[in-house]
Design a protein around this ligand. Sequence first.
Ligand SMILES: N[C@@H](CCC(=O)N[C@@H](CS)C(=O)NCC(=O)O)C(=O)O
Length: 206
Amino acid sequence: MTDKLVLHEFSESGNCYKVRLTAAVAGRPIERREYDLMKGETRTPEFIAKVNADGRIPVLQVGDRFIPESNAACYYLADGSLLIPTDPFEHADMLRWMFWEQYSHEPNIATLRFWMGWLAPDMLSDLQRLQMPGKRAAGNAALKLMDDHLKDREWFVGGAISLADVCLFAYTHVAGDAEFDLERCPHVVAWIGRVKATPRYIPMDS
Ligand SMILES: N[C@@H](CCC(=O)N[C@@H](CS)C(=O)NCC(=O)O)C(=O)O
């Protein structure tokens, strides 16, 4: 018998959406449990003791075990599917883009999207306000790097969609929410169209 899969999530988060999108494209049915981040529902003693000691979502529950970190959850769901390249170099290259997403892309684009979309200006701390220009510059640099990479290729790794594309897509396609100008990145815009045309694609609000 296979373990039941439950995604603990805040559905408007790109990190949570990338897990749902991976599950959909890989054909893995999941159940969903929603948490309200603005009410601190992932910071309760119960959540920290049982689901994720780091107090964050997404977390993929596999039976009675838990996988925090979006890209690790995606990797679990995509295992054995066409999203994971079998060639060892391409496999490592896919991981390269997933690590890069977490270090150079998500902390800038996703963080600004959250600060601008969910926090009223007077809720921002002095430190957050100070960090905004740096995050904007680093987010623009990340988008430019992606655009340059896609100049002469359709997908981030090899000749087909992989988990690298799914993980990068989640926050890139909504970067406009944080006032990043995607029109400056025509190759990224074309790639977004290709991801959306992938069989079993689901939008963020589904
Ligand atoms: N590196 C983590 C980041 C997780 C993360 O920052 N989650 C945010 C929502 S996208 C969260 O749970 N914030 C609530 C909090 O920190 O209390 C991942 O990729 O899953």
